[in-house]
Design a protein around this ligand. Sequence first.
Ligand code: F6R
Length: 241
Amino acid sequence: MRIYEMENYDEMSRQAANIIAAQITLQPESVLGLATGSSPIGTYEHLAKLYEQGDLDFSGVTTFNLDEYVGLPADNDQSYRYFMEDNLFNKVNISPDSINFLNGMSSDAETECHRYEQAIIEAGGIDLQLLGIGHNGHIAFNEPSDRFERSTFQVELTQSTIDANKRFFASIDDVPRKAYTMGIGTIMAARKILVVVSGADKAETVKAALTGPVTAEVPASILQFHQDVVIVADQEALSRM
Ligand code: F6R
């Protein structure tokens, strides 16, 4: 595991964007796994800037996002699909046909999750998976649990995740209670994993995930068992290491 300690959020974002840009430049047909949330927003800004400058071409790239709320259509401004359109997809030359998302409006969880797993396999697997880490140690929506999930599944969100995400909704009652998410097995099958994490409020979680026991109670701790993980963090997030 390689850890880059960056001075602040913007430096973290620039470094992460450079790593993704290197991946795309070396392998223009890369399959990228993408995340939403506050952590990667700056990374997407820097990627959009590289594209605008003519230094990066997304035309060969395929993407799969980690997760989506159940019950929110793609055009709902709180859906993860909308977030991605707003923060990245509308700003670069990625082909709409190459964007893959879990369909939050599918009421058949089993079929939808199976479809997504198959689509990832058919695309040749994920070359580079971008991740954030939740305050409770979750990755994607794999919440602390007594087991690691092997593949994409429907999850009941924990109260701490609902509380953390309510900042984006008009009221806590509007926060969806369920999501579709890649499983730990799906994430661990990615050939490379890039984690972006910032802020003092994540410092304890980062320490537990990177140096504590590998346990489903801290889902991000499984990353210790992956062969090619890069952590790009700001100083605050690494302050307990
Ligand atoms: C987002 C996702 C989540 C976030 C995590 C951190 O697609 O799957 O696991 O990465 O909740 O969120 P932020 O970056 O908002 O602190």
